[in-house]
Design a protein around this ligand. Structure first.
Ligand code: ZN
Length: 256
């Protein structure tokens, strides 16, 4: 798929064809998914929200080291949510806050949600309801953010919600973007210098590459193959068919 086709795809998803005043904003974490989606969709703005989590220091460092030539990257730190983080790594309502902040920068906000995301603030129902609430708020033209004022309306969209990480990595590779740059993104929950290779986020990243036949085990502090069985058992316990298949393909590709 070439860049024009991708751009057209984005226009259809966002409904912003011919809308010169509305900017597209991708909520950007610096992780593998959002980096791939940024390259594949070329939004006007990459928005990173720093909410004061310790691991964000590494994320910000990683973003600063990335090849983001041609992108307008904005770091927004008006929110502090560190005290709300749960032991399971979830920060409740995080994405609702991010979408609202996104509306301060543009009228078409995209979340890099994928098929494996299971939080309720990253699904289609969330997008529909958030669209409804924000469009209601923005129905008074005198009380809108300036980013919404000249636009043809507000949208939140999840263009990759039906794709797994493995499928996104494949699409990225097929579009001939740099594999090294994608490996060097940061999705790990730990605050160590290297990505740990043990947390769920690291295991999902490893599987996304391994299922495409690319071994990135040396990128991690600990080889993810040592924890892959627990990831497989977790996917089986949660009855996640696609994830189970991809982990099995990954194990097979890595000679396990
Ligand atoms: Zn990790």
């Amino acid at each position: 798929m070439n860049q024009n086709e991708l751009q057209d795809g984005l226009n259809i998803i966002c409904g912003n064809g011919g809308d010169s005043m509305g900017k597209s904003v991708l909520l950007f974490s610096g992780g593998m998914d959002s980096y791939a989606i940024a390259k594949l969709t070329s939004p006007d703005i990459l928005l990173y929200c720093n909410i004061g989590l310790p691991e964000q220091m590494n994320e910000i460092q990683s973003i600063n080291a990335m090849n983001l030539d041609g992108f307008n990257v904005i770091f927004d730190d008006r929110l502090y949510l560190r005290d709300q983080k749960l032991n399971n790594e979830i920060v409740p309502m995080r994405n609702l806050f991010f979408v609202m902040i996104g509306a301060y920068y543009g009228s078409h906000v995209t979340l890099g949600a994928t098929a494996g995301d299971t939080t309720n603030d990253k699904d289609y129902e969330f997008a529909d309801k958030t669209n409804e609430v924000l469009r209601h708020i923005f129905s008074n033209p005198n009380k809108n953010p300036s980013t919404i004022m000249g636009s043809k309306g507000f949208t939140v969209s999840l263009p990759y919600k039906d794709k797994t990480k493995s499928q996104i990595v494949k699409e990225y590779i097929d579009a001939k973007f740099s594999i090294r740059e994608l490996v060097n993104t940061r999705s790990c929950y730990s605050s160590g210098e290297k990505e740990c290779g043990v947390c769920r986020s690291c295991l999902r990243k490893f599987v996304a590459f391994a299922s495409n036949g690319i071994d990135i085990s040396s990128h991690f502090g600990i080889n993810p193959m040592t924890s892959i069985d627990s990831a497989l058992n977790y996917a089986i316990a949660k009855n996640r068919g696609e994830e189970i298949n991809e982990i099995r393909v990954a194990i097979k590709n890595m000679g396990g």
